[in-house]
Ligand binder design. Structure first.
Ligand SMILES: [Zn+2]
Length: 296
């Protein structure tokens, strides 16, 4: 039996696909998106191959959900200056498409007080309670969007894209350089162990950078709450991870970059505990990991 493939809704790219084991209710959810910077098309090829891969997976081997958003920024993708794609910036607002996202932690009232109130709760209960707070605050953005004055397009866009990912546990944002670039990833503190599963030679730790990027907006509220618990003497680590993969050169699908992106994402999905596991998990790939992380 094949995993359930749903065209969930027509939004953004009209290709928002969800793979889910129909026999499983709540489980890990991973959102994989590409084209946030419209000129960076390597991720489209990666997701195209992932669709074929996921269609081959037996439903019994898929215990999580994988959400694919192949063209997450159609406006950016369609921008052109002569024959060139200028899709890194929203030309009407002079804003980088990946520096516009909304952070819960910047608007949170008192994280320490919240952590105190949750100090003795099970981690999954804390997660759900915190997610509810994030969703409530995020929902307030809609008031402004629906007001007579409304909001600039980038704010409308960010609302739509972030609303897709609020429930996700894992985020993989596929990019490339705007010009020429190598293959690498960005990762966050306390998530180094998982970074190695992408099998890339190079990675950059985003420990201080605060650029309103999508991956930061996704994971930083959780890192901030982990810090608050730490201050109160409880070590806690949520099963929430965010990654930005940079796969070669802009406006190109370099076969080597695409192949490394597909290989890394597959391997990562296999590794996310048992929540998302695939029949194609090969011990050979997993054993290679230990030697592939020397640059982290
Ligand atoms: Zn980019």
């Amino acid at each position: 039996m094949k995993p359930l493939l749903l065209l969930v809704k027509t939004c953004l790219s009209k290709l928002y696909l969800r793979f889910k084991n129909p026999r499983v209710n709540r489980c890990g959810e991973c959102q994989i998106q590409s084209n946030l910077h419209g000129a960076e098309i390597a991720g489209n090829a990666v997701i195209h191959q992932l669709i074929s891969f996921l269609q081959m997976v037996k439903d019994t081997d898929l215990t999580g959900e994988v959400w694919l958003v192949p063209v997450c920024n159609p406006m950016g993708t369609n921008e052109r200056s002569h024959v060139f794609s200028s899709g890194r910036y929203c030309v009407y607002e002079a804003k980088d498409w990946n520096r516009i996202f909304w952070y819960y932690e910047k608007e949170a009232d008192d994280l320490i007080a919240f952590a105190k109130s949750q100090l003795h709760f099970d981690i999954e209960v804390v997660r759900q309670n915190y997610l509810s707070k994030i969703k409530d605050k995020f929902g307030e953005l809609l008031d402004k969007i629906n007001s007579p004055s409304s909001v600039p397009y980038t704010e409308l866009f960010r609302y739509q894209l972030q609303s897709l990912s609020l429930d996700a546990d894992y985020l993989i944002d596929l990019h490339s350089a705007s010009n020429q670039g190598i293959n690498y990833l960005y990762y966050f503190r306390n998530r180094e162990e998982s970074a190695k599963y992408f099998l890339l030679e190079h990675g950059f730790l985003l420990d201080k950078y605060d650029g309103d990027a999508f991956d930061e907006a996704f994971i930083k509220p959780w890192l901030a709450l982990e810090d608050s618990f730490q201050q109160l003497g409880r070590k806690i680590k949520f099963d929430v991870e965010a990654w930005t993969l940079e796969l070669g050169t802009g406006m190109q699908m370099i076969p080597d970059s695409v192949a490394k992106g597909v290989r890394g994402v597959k391997n990562y999905l296999i590794d996310i505990d048992v929540k998302i596991k695939y029949a194609l998990s090969k011990p050979l790939i997993r054993r290679k990991l230990a030697t592939s992380l020397h640059s982290f």
